[in-house]
Design a protein around this ligand. Structure first.
Ligand SMILES: [Ca+2]
Ligand SMILES: [Ca+2]
Length: 357
């Protein structure tokens, strides 16, 4: 009997020691994730519209996360092998600039020509022109920028860019999701002073940024809160923030202004269906954060793809999808240009082109 008791004491002791070890040496101090409310998810029924894309640059483009088109109709994309590649009007692809990075994310065209690029590997905001590459911002508030995520230039010359996380880097982005705390920021780079300032703090994985047609507000998407915020730049509410669209069926990634003043938002399914319970248990979060080999069983990217069209008032107007990722999966960006939607993805080797009419 004494032997049996001492076994159980030993077993209990080990269990307590392991638990304490997991909690005290955990790389995260988690909160519970606020999952979207199921009832507001059904915007319009899921469909297979994204399966109608034609594939541009197939085999050449390794995970083209974001897309931009300049005033001459030249299409740019940043790929996982560090290249900025561009598609000329005659259909030929050009390897334009190599940035020696495996973490190129959001891009957007510069008004006087050139391209802004977020390099999450080096943690910097870059400007590329025919003449060369300039680092606009690499530090903020005394710290190295981590996941520079997306960028947009306003007519007054200000360059707004998002930082997904100030705590974690891109290769362990899943820890930011498990921690479920708002480590994201919206920053503003002023080229006239070469200074970077804080616009918004406390964002849940700040991702896509876009300006409204009149530039009276800016939208910034919070991937891990399943919503996008509206930040007023003009008018009586200047400087105030409100919810633009929330309870999205998946995490919003890049956002682009459409010619009619609406927005295209790519939604990424990062949480596996049926595994939501992990995100509402701090204990399970600690276990997964300590054993990264478990991550692939609970956190995506999953195969499904979805993009939504949202009016300037925040109403969801259209939804295109490829629910099983048959043709396009993990779509991260949707850009409308001349009656077509151009789609970027972290899971394809092409840019999708979808006719809208
Ligand atoms: Ca962009
Ligand atoms: Ca992004």
């Amino acid at each position: 009997m004494a032997l049996k008791n001492s076994f159980w004491l030993f077993f209990l002791g080990c269990l307590i020691a392991i638990t304490l070890e997991i909690i005290f040496f955990s790389p995260i101090s988690p909160d519970l994730l606020q999952l979207p409310v199921a009832s507001s998810v059904s915007v319009s029924p899921p469909n297979n519209q994204l399966q109608r894309v034609t594939k541009l640059g197939e085999g050449l483009l390794k995970a083209p996360e974001d897309i931009a088109v300049d005033e001459n109709g030249i299409l740019y994309t940043a790929t996982r092998d560090g290249w900025i590649r561009r598609l000329h009007r005659n259909g030929s692809w050009e390897n334009w600039k190599n940035l020696q990075s495996q973490g190129l994310l959001g891009i957007s065209t510069a008004k006087g020509g050139g391209l802004f690029v977020c390099d999450s590997d080096k943690g910097s905001l870059l400007k590329l022109t025919e003449d060369g590459i300039t680092v606009l911002a690499s530090h903020f508030d005394g710290s190295k920028i981590k996941i520079a995520d997306d960028v947009i230039e306003s007519s007054d010359g200000s360059i707004y860019f998002s930082v997904a996380s100030t705590k974690f880097s891109l290769h362990n982005w899943y820890l930011d999701l498990l921690e479920a705390k708002p480590h994201g920021q919206l920053l503003k780079y002023d080229p006239s002073t070469d200074q970077t300032s804080l616009v918004l703090d406390g964002l849940y994985f700040a991702n896509g940024v876009a300006l409204s047609k009149d530039e009276d507000f800016l939208v910034v998407c919070e991937t891990f809160r399943f919503r996008c915020l509206k930040y007023w730049l003009k008018g009586e509410t200047k400087g105030e923030t409100e919810i633009f669209v929330d309870n999205l069926p998946a995490g919003p990634d890049n956002i682009n202004l459409a010619p009619d003043g609406s927005f295209w938002i790519a939604l990424v399914q990062i949480i596996y269906e049926g595994r939501e319970f992990v995100h509402t248990s701090k204990a399970l979060k600690h276990v997964i954060a300590n054993f990264p080999e478990l991550v692939k069983y609970v956190i995506g990217p999953t195969k499904s793809a979805a993009v939504i069209n949202v009016g300037a008032n925040g109403n969801i107007l259209k939804r295109f999808g490829d629910p099983n990722g048959t043709v396009m999966s993990f779509v991260t960006s949707a850009l409308e240009f001349q009656d077509h939607l151009y789609l970027g993805s972290l899971n394809t080797d092409f840019v999708g082109k979808l006719p809208l009419k």
